[in-house]
Structures are given as structure tokens and as C-alpha cells.
Design a protein around this ligand. Structure first.
Ligand code: KG4
Ligand code: ZN
Length: 360
């Protein structure tokens, strides 16, 4: 990608939610390491991420994860050309640990600091095409611009058209819940464990995806999304399935559902949620005629989404490794790597602040 005599290695740090992650990426294309410690198991009992627990876990895991990323990449600090860190959007306490760590390391190790937007970074995971690491399935080639990106995570649902790495237009986004949030909330109604995406995917395998009729939101803007209606429709359908009305508390439904009802509801919800985002991606593909389509964010790990999109898109689509879809440091390092190569402004390590509600 770059005509540089010496390869450039960037350390990426990510702590926006419950994953403490660090990775080393070379020249924006080569994944040298990817270390992740998750506090997910600590949150499971609460059915969602508890911000204070996440922040405390980041404090404990941060430096061991950074050191693991360097060791895995067989790097010392002398080999690192810059540090990239997620400064938003995300949970305030969580972002703070990553940003303070990156600032301190930038000062003490005398490295340039790159402030990275978490949502943009998710897209950059798709530009990683090489790795010496085992167990990673990466695309053979990087996407070609213009790139249509479907960003689907626990916090975001957006269609974005990139004409270059940092030159993009948001075509549409959700006005209420993100798609991942809908997976997580529906899983809770069905009594399935957090995070909802993987557990709904597993439960749906034994279900009939047409067993229940659920609505697709109709919106004025063609590329905008809404998932709160679908989530409520699942709740009403589940209440009716157990012979109750809309006043019946959602947390009392799951024990009354049969295994088959759970599987059918999971499959029906998953089909409608996936079809909704694929319908809009296809419409945007036809209107804007991009050369590549990418999917990014935790829900990009969905097998149903991957199948449906490839089946309906008229071009080949390469998906990145599942481990690079959910939150990770590699996507942050990849983004910082391109920022460094393009000589974009660096952040001040003495003053970089977090921006929990940062948008793209
Ligand atoms: O990108 P991510 O790790 O964190 C945010 O930035 O939000 O995304 C997490 C989201 C969760 O809502 C989780 O349920 C969803 O990604 N997810 C999935 C799958 N794996 C993770 N959703 C559907 N199918 C999956 N296989
Ligand atoms: Zn994310």
C-alpha cells in the first residue's frame, strides 16, 4: 500500500467497552499480533456490560495486554513507530484507561500518538490482508474504493460510503436501537445468555425462521434504520406465545417458553434483522455502485448476515476473521497505521481527552 523503505509498526489500544485489547499492525495491512482480554464473563450474570466493572478490569488487564501484543509481534519498544488509541465513542470510564495508558506510553517511549474513532476503526479491520499468525482467515486483497461499509455493532448501525480512507459520507443510520443492541435485548427476553448475537445464532439453528411474522421498519429516509419496533414485536409475540397479554413482565416470559418456541423466535428475529440491513445495503449498492462492500462491527460476525449478503450481492465480498469483527486492537492499529502513512495530525499526549459520544 505504501512506498516506504522501512516498514512502519503501530501499536493499537482499544478499551471502549468490555474488551481490553492491544495489537501491532505493520503498514496498515499486516497483522503482527492481536491480544484481547475480555471482562465479558464478569458481566454475564448481569445480562449486559456494567461500566464500573469494565473500567476496573481494564486497569488490571491493560499493561499485560500491551506487553502480550509486543511479545506476540516479536517487537520491542524500539520497533514501534507510533501508538494509536480509541478516544471515542464508548463508555467514559473504559475509554479513559486506554487513553491515559496510550498518552503515558507516548510520552515515556517518545512515540507519536494517533487518536482513533472506534466506529471508523471497525472498518479498517477489513484492510488487513496479511499475517504470520496462525488461526486468522484474512481477505486476499484490500477493498477497492469507493467502498460501501455496513457498520453493525452493539452501539451502531450505519451505511457509509468511503471514497478514500478518511473521506466518507454517512448514507443512513439508526434512529433508536443498534442492531447488536436488538440482538442483546431479544436474547434477554428469550432467556439466552449475553452477548445476544452468538446465543441467538446458536438457538436459531434449531428454529423455523418463518414461524413468527415480525415487522420490518419502514422509514422516510431509505438508508436509515430502526430496531426498537422489531424488539417490541418479539416481546409481544413471546407474550402471546405463552398465553399472556402485553402487561406480562418481559423477565418472566423465558421460563414459560418451550425450547422450540425459543428457537423459532430466535430464527424469525434473526432473519428479519439480517434481511433489514441486507435490503438497505443492496439498495445503496445499486444507487452508489461501489467497487467493494465491507461489513464491520460485532454483528459482522453473524453467519446469517454473511450468507444473506453474499447470496444477494452481485459482487464477491471478502469477510475478515471473526476475531477482527468484535472489538479488538488490530482495527485501531490499522486505522492509526494509515493515519501515520498519510501524515495526518497527531494527538497531543499531554491533553488528548476522551469523547464518549463521538460520531463518525
Ligand atoms: O463491535 P462490538 O464488539 O462492540 C461494539 O462496538 O458495540 O459489537 C458487539 C455486538 C453485540 O451486540 C453482540 O451481540 C453482537 O455484536 N454480535 C453478534 C454476533 N457476534 C457478536 N450479533 C449477531 N450475530 C453474531 N454472531
Ligand atoms: Zn465496536
Amino acid at each position: 500500500m505504501y512506498n516506504k523503505a522501512t516498514p512502519m509498526k503501530i501499536l493499537g489500544i482499544e478499551t471502549s467497552c468490555d474488551e481490553t485489547a492491544a495489537a501491532v499492525v505493520q503498514d496498515g495491512t499486516t497483522l503482527l499480533s492481536n491480544a484481547v482480554a475480555s471482562s465479558m464473563d464478569l458481566h454475564k450474570v448481569y445480562g449486559g456490560v456494567v461500566p464500573e466493572i469494565a473500567a476496573r478490569s481494564h486497569i488490571e488487564a491493560m499493561m499485560p495486554v500491551v506487553n502480550q501484543a509486543l511479545t506476540e509481534a516479536t517487537c520491542t519498544w524500539d520497533d514501534i513507530d507510533g501508538i494509536a488509541v480509541t478516544y471515542g465513542p464508548g463508555l467514559g470510564g473504559s475509554l479513559l484507561i486506554g487513553v491515559l495508558t496510550a498518552r503515558t506510553l507516548a510520552i515515556t517511549k517518545q512515540k507519536p500518538l494517533y487518536a482513533v474513532n472506534h466506529v471508523t476503526a471497525h472498518c479498517f479491520a477489513n484492510f488487513l490482508t496479511k499475517t504470520p499468525l496462525d488461526n486468522y482467515q484474512l481477505p486476499n486483497s484490500a477493498p477497492d474504493f469507493p467502498v460501501l461499509a455496513l457498520i453493525v455493532s452493539g452501539g451502531h448501525t450505519q451505511l457509509v460510503l468511503f471514497t478514500d480512507y478518511f473521506d466518507y459520507r454517512i448514507l443512513g443510520q439508526t434512529g433508536d436501537d443498534a442492531i447488536g443492541e436488538a440482538f442483546d435485548k431479544v436474547a434477554k427476553i428469550l432467556g439466552l445468555p449475553y452477548p445476544g448475537g452468538p446465543s441467538i445464532q446458536a438457538a436459531a439453528r434449531g428454529g423455523d425462521d418463518r414461524a413468527y411474522r415480525l415487522p420490518k421498519a419502514r422509514l422516510e429516509q431509505p438508508y436509515d434504520f430502526s430496531f426498537s419496533g422489531l424488539k417490541t414485536a418479539v416481546l409481544r409475540t413471546a407474550q402471546a406465545a405463552v398465553g399472556k397479554d402485553f402487561t406480562f413482565p418481559s423477565h418472566q416470559i423465558a421460563p414459560l417458553l418451550s425450547e422450540q418456541q425459543v428457537a423459532d423466535l430466535a430464527a424469525s428475529f434473526q432473519r428479519v434483522a439480517v434481511e433489514t440491513v441486507v435490503d438497505k445495503t443492496l439498495a445503496a449498492f445499486e444507487e452508489f455502485k461501489p467497487r467493494s462492500v465491507i461489513i464491520a462491527g460485532g454483528v459482522a460476525a453473524s453467519a446469517a448476515l454473511r450468507q444473506e449478503l453474499q447470496a444477494r450481492l452481485p459482487i464477491e465480498i471478502s469477510y475478515t476473521d471473526l476475531k477482527l469483527c468484535t472489538d479488538n486492537g488490530a482495527m485501531v492499529a490499522a486505522c492509526g497505521s494509515v493515519m501515520a502513512a498519510q501524515q495526518l495530525p497527531t494527538a497531543d499526549p499531554f491533553s488528548l481527552d476522551i469523547v464518549p459520544n463521538l460520531s463518525m
